[in-house]
Design a protein around this ligand. Structure first.
Ligand code: SAH
Ligand code: SF4
Ligand code: F3S
Length: 494
């Protein structure tokens, strides 16, 4: 009998990439492979790469250099490279690193089994062709043995690609043209997620709320507006939380804003990349909104959902950014009160228009701006966290906290990390639990289980045949009447 063949996938980059890795893992399960704990235990290693900043790309080249040893350590080992760098670099990777067996781009996940079969026979391959068809979404159902990393949570791709061409960004090059999946396929996939116990669904797309826009313009059937899609998904029994990422400010129409007012399951958190608080810089970035446009979107969202938490992405040191432009960013960040922000130093990327713009900002100036911005944000985050001390919240448990021990960790509806302790075995990853916030730190909230009995009760209900959750432990939802009980199919699908 042959031994089980094991794979490991090392993933860099955004949630889209993380989900692509899940899709590849699922394909490999269908081929009879199983997950290894780490690369040491693996016969196949796939590196799923990110190219958003040069640091991310260099990471790949340093990884690949080190992996010569990994490959040589055991005969028959296979090394694959995927993702955004693969899409951009194509055959250059294998020319430079002869020990790489196969390279596939962002449109070619479904070809992994055939590439792997060729590699096992000693034949290298490269698949980075772009495809404008829906073929790439044609992937098998979840294999029963494939568990994934986060019980209770699931990603669902609704669209791919980006046609926005912001002047600094490689994504339109690495992910290709926008394409949206028909709504019926999305709903069916969400239903199968719910049937196997997923309670929190995150819809994915590079500009997720642009969903279906080209189809509507062309009069093509199959997709609906993003707001309408959310409304259909919110009806699915068992789905208790809906999120989406990354939206672009341009595509927040009235319909989507209204969905935030109407849908209890739509989480009160929006990650809304701003990039800069200066109009001239936004224009050079080709973001297609002004500071006032952005303010207006935020105001509309907050009117629809007053407790909405906003987080954002920011870039400092974009070509031509003056002290005054940067001050505009600081002022707007303070004014809008983001609860968190990912901020980056501008990194020139090949094939982007900003890469050839004049007015480069010296590295030390960009670094100082980054630190000042991050300092401001740390204060805002801590203040927002402190305002929540004493309140109750509901946590979807993701696993053990980084601090170890009996500390568990999860996310509340606002997407904040909440750490709490619970008796061993009382709460498992994938369960929802009510907690009371007792302390704030700049990175997370610390909480106590609101009622120790709750954990046990909720757990029993999760495992019950009917899947009807006991909502007593969840009576502290933020909106009056917002409690939504899972009904219908057993959350475990069996
Ligand atoms: N589609 C999303 C962003 C995806 S990229 C959107 O439009 O909002 C994630 C973040 O990386 C961006 O929001 C931006 O802040 C940052 N980023 C992208 N290209 C960058 C570059 N060349 N240098 C520095 N940061 C960059
Ligand atoms: Fe990049 Fe802009 Fe597209 Fe976002 S919208 S992925 S920043 S080009
Ligand atoms: Fe990186 Fe590609 Fe995502 S460049 S951020 S992995 S879309």
């Amino acid at each position: 009998m042959s031994e089980l063949r094991r794979f490991y996938i090392r993933t860099y980059g955004c949630q889209m990439n993380a989900h692509d890795s899940e899709k590849v893992a699922n394909l490999l399960y269908h081929e009879g492979w199983v997950a290894a704990r780490d690369s040491d235990g693996a016969d196949l290693l796939v590196i799923n790469t990110c190219s958003i900043r040069d640091k991310a790309e260099h990471q790949l080249y340093s990884d690949l250099g080190l992996l010569r040893k990994w490959k040589a350590a055991r005969p028959g080992r296979v090394l694959g490279v995927a993702g955004c760098v693969a899409q951009q670099a194509g055959d250059a990777i294998q020319r430079r690193f002869g020990h790489v067996d196969f390279v596939f781009g962002t449109h070619n996940l479904r070809l992994v089994p055939s590439m792997l079969a060729a590699a096992l026979k000693g034949n290298p391959s490269l698949e980075v062709g772009e495809s404008a068809s829906l073929e790439r979404f044609d992937l098998p159902e979840r294999h029963p043995d494939y568990r994934g990393a986060s019980p209770g949570r699931g990603y669902l791709t609704v669209m791919e690609g980006c046609d926005m061409f912001c002047s600094f960004c490689v994504v339109p090059g690495t992910r290709g043209r926008e394409i949206s999946r028909p709504a019926d396929g999305i709903i069916a996939e969400a239903q199968s997620h719910a049937a196997r116990g997923v309670r929190e669904l995150t819809l994915l797309g590079q500009t997720v709320n642009a969903y279906g826009r080209h189809d509507r313009r062309r009069g093509q059937a199959g997709t609906v507006s993003f707001g309408a899609l959310l409304r259909r998904l919110a009806e699915i029994p068992g789905i208790e939380r809906l999120r989406y990422t990354s939206p672009h400010p341009l595509f927040f129409d009235d319909d989507l804003v209204a969905a935030h007012a109407d849908l209890d399951v739509l989480c009160p958190h929006v990650h809304l990349p701003l990039q800069s608080g200066s109009n001239p810089i936004l224009e050079r970035m080709r973001r297609r909104y002004s500071v006032d446009d952005y303010r207006a979107k935020v105001a509309a969202l907050r009117a629809a959902r007053p407790d909405l938490v906003l987080t954002t992405d920011l870039i400092v040191g974009f070509p031509g950014e003056t002290d005054e432009d940067f001050q505009g960013t600081l002022d707007l960040v303070a004014e809008l009160g983001f609860v968190d922000a990912y901020s980056f130093k501008y990194s020139p990327r090949p094939g982007t228009t900003a890469a050839s713009m004049s007015g480069a900002v010296p590295g030390d100036v960009a670094q100082a701006r980054l630190e000042e911005l991050q300092e401001l944000q740390r204060g805002l985050t801590l203040a927002a966290h402190r305002r929540r001390v004493g309140a109750s919240t509901e946590v979807l448990v993701t696993g053990h906290s980084r601090h170890g021990g009996s500390q568990l960790s999860g996310r509340d509806p606002y997407h904040r990390v909440v750490n709490f302790s619970a008796a061993s075995g009382a709460v498992e990853p994938g369960e929802l639990i009510s907690v009371r916030i007792v302390e704030a730190t700049p990175h997370s909230l610390i909480a106590e289980v609101a009622d120790t009995e709750t954990a046990g009760r909720m757990r029993r209900s999760l495992k019950s045949e009917s899947g009807m959750a006991d909502d007593e432990g969840r009576s502290t939802r933020f909106q009056a009447g917002a409690v939504r009980r899972p009904s219908g199919a057993s959350p475990h699908g069996d």
